[in-house]
Design a protein. Sequence first.
Length: 392
Amino acid sequence: MNEEKNGASLLNRAKAILLQPRQEWPVIEGEAASIVDIYKSYVIPLAAIGPVAAFIHAVVFGNSFFGITHRPSFLSSLSSAVVSYIFTLIGVFLMALVIDFLATRFGGTANRNNAFKLAAYSATAAWVAAIFQLVPGLGMLTLLGLYGLYLLYVGIPIMMKAPDDKALIYTVAIVVVGAIAGMIFSLVLAPLMLWTSTVPDASDDRLSGSVNVPGVGSFDLSKLEEAGEKMAVANERAQSGKATAVPPQRLAAMLPAALPGGLVQSNLKTSGTSIGGMGTSSASASYGEGNNRIELTISDIGVAGSIAAMGNAMNMESESQNGSVIEKMGQIDGRLTTIRFDSARKDGRYGMIVGERFNLQADGSANSIEDLRAALDRIDIAALEAIARSEE
């Protein structure tokens, strides 16, 4: 979207479509915005809210089912967020195809560009409501996203030129056909994909301000668009087949031969994969044994780092304590960092994202969380950052 020409920032547009859809749809219909423009300026940043919120919730609070809480690993949570994010981006285009396909069948006019606008902007409610995933117990409020069906209904006569008396049945048909198409899409492509207390300022064309979520932390929205641009670049690199991962053997060579205290490297493991142009690789090693053991891991998470870039740009911070266990997430030395330490058992985990691409993790026994950080410092972090910069 040409924001200077249309005079609407991402935040202004989101507020307008949610609060005044009947007035906003004609404005959207008259804009000369391409599908690529809408993806970059609107869909990419807003569609990330759900995956990022789910990622933070899983890492900080864990996922609860029938009273049982499972806390997935950092990398597992990140991978799930990335898969969800990519499916969402593809899903918007899939829904646009359904809208366009059904247009003439309900007296409307087929228009691929307008169909994409309708799919993208009517999804605003669901994307914004996804922020409630951050707070335990408020996940059900994501159902507020169903307001998007009303946005779709209101937009159909304007965007697809369908008669008003057919807008409701057209909406129902979109939902039904879209659900079926979505299930088929998931079954076919899922195996290939596996591997507020401060109001934002909308006075200019960029997001600013912050949102405070009780029990979770403060989120600075001023760099949301910048993070969205980084995600767009990462996705373009993946689609062009340029998102190659560092060979796992090279990562293995960066692991230290020993750690302080006479902990010698053993059980070295490497792995790597490439799916649809997106490469990942990993190397890990154990040091010591029994109750005096630390495992170091270096992972090149490639395009998945774009999610971490979003978290870093939004200054995500959280902290919780349960008995002797303390967990934190936030920026340390400019890097998105996660910490878990049990002072009673003297063990924990220290993880960080380096160069918005590499995930480093130290997991095991230690007298303090500083000892785990010291173990990570034995890795040449500057070299990893140099690799990330050289391939931007």
